[in-house]
Ligand binder design. Structure first.
Ligand code: MRU
Length: 341
């Protein structure tokens, strides 16, 4: 399995997702600031993976803190990590979990506090892999046999500590004996589909075909696609789903063509404090991601640009939300609360 993120003696080691698939390089973050930079710069990305990175960043920060004013230092570390990317709620979930652990050991000798925080960060990583396997088991039955799964962005091993959410469902369907192949949207502008989903599926010998984003409707109409499975960055209480920009378009096209549209995500991606998706903060990224392709300018200078990194798919387009605790269906207000409690 691809190792997305690991805790080592030297620091937090991540596969550099800005360089894949042409270069397989690993980055070692030696400070919590470097972890924050790696999240912001998308060296590591994907909601569960940035949650794991944030947990490890907190542990790394406290390992290096002077310990003179640990409460304050902890606040600074958590604040820096929380300020990296706004949409994926797993980031904030992981930081809150580390804060809770800290509160429970506060006052103990610093060596013990450090040991417990490292232990907690490692648990976040280990649990994520187990959760993804459970999501896969719960979702495998929904995947039609002898059909193609369409996916958008990368919700695979690279977006998690391992195995993946949407791609975990594909992996589990194949492990259960189904014959499934994947169509990967390239996912403009950052190309997570072309660069990451294709790379990781090829790595595992899972048949994958790359399409550009604007081909999705054509193939959804063709009868070849059995279902769409995507991940999520944040899911509101009513089942509205924030995910990579372009997901909404795919969901509408799927409904128009009566192709089931499924979302695979851990319970930590639920944000039941938000009544609907309209309240989800949407990250705006640099204009250069749109005006340039691999550093080469493709639009005239001074072009006005919008670059929201995520969109919100209204829950009426979502056929099911697959979690580690089971599959939620509409009405999501009830089914998600039941799974979360
Ligand atoms: O901007 P990214 O690459 O972090 O966006 C990632 C996605 O939108 C994924 O689909 C989502 O985080 C789910 S990952 C299991």
């Amino acid at each position: 399995m691809v190792e997305t993120i690991q805790w080592t003696e030297a620091g937090v080691v991540m596969i550099d997702q800005t360089r894949l698939p042409l270069e397989e390089e690993y980055v070692t973050c030696r400070t919590y600031e470097e972890v924050a930079d790696a999240i912001r710069g998308m060296v590591i990305r994907g909601a569960p993976a940035i949650g794991v990175a944030a947990a490890m960043g907190v542990a790394l920060g406290v390992l290096q803190a002077s310990g003179q004013q640990l409460d304050r230092e902890m606040e600074t570390i958590c604040g820096a990590l929380a300020g990296t990317r706004p949409t994926a709620v797993n980031l904030f979930w992981a930081i809150e979990r580390m804060k809770r652990l800290y509160a429970s050991v506060r006052g103990q000798p610093i060596a013990e506090i450090r040991r417990r925080l490292v232990e907690e960060a490692l648990a976040v990583r280990q649990e994520d892999i187990a959760i993804n396997r459970a999501i896969g088991r719960n979702g495998a039955a929904l995947v039609p046999d002898h059909k193609t799964v369409l996916t958008h962005c990368n919700a695979g091993a690279l977006a998690t500590a391992g195995y993946g959410t949407a791609l975990g469902v594909v992996r589990a369907a194949i492990e259960s004996g189904k014959q499934v192949d994947v169509f990967a949207d390239e996912t403009r502008p950052f190309l997570q589909g072309a660069r990451l989903t294709v790379w990781e599926l090829q790595h595992d010998g899972i048949p994958v075909t790359l399409i550009t984003d604007n081909m999705a409707g054509h193939f959804l109409k063709s009868g070849r696609i059995g279902c769409v499975v995507v991940g999520a960055d944040r899911i509101a209480a009513n089942g509205d789903v924030a995910n990579k920009i372009g997901t909404y378009t795919v969901a509408v096209l799927a409904k128009e063509n009566r192709v089931p549209f499924f979302v695979a995500a851990p319970i930590s991606t639920l944000d039941l404090t938000l009544a609907s998706g309209g309240q989800i903060p949407i990250e705006q990224r640099a204009a250069s991601e749109v005006t340039h392709v691999f550093g080469r300018q493709v639009a005239p200078p001074d072009t006005a640009v919008e670059n929201p990194a995520f969109d919100v798919t209204p829950s009426r387009y979502v056929g099911a939300i697959i979690t580690e605790r089971g599959v939620a269906r509409a009405p999501y207000e009830e089914s998600l609360r039941k799974l979360a409690s």
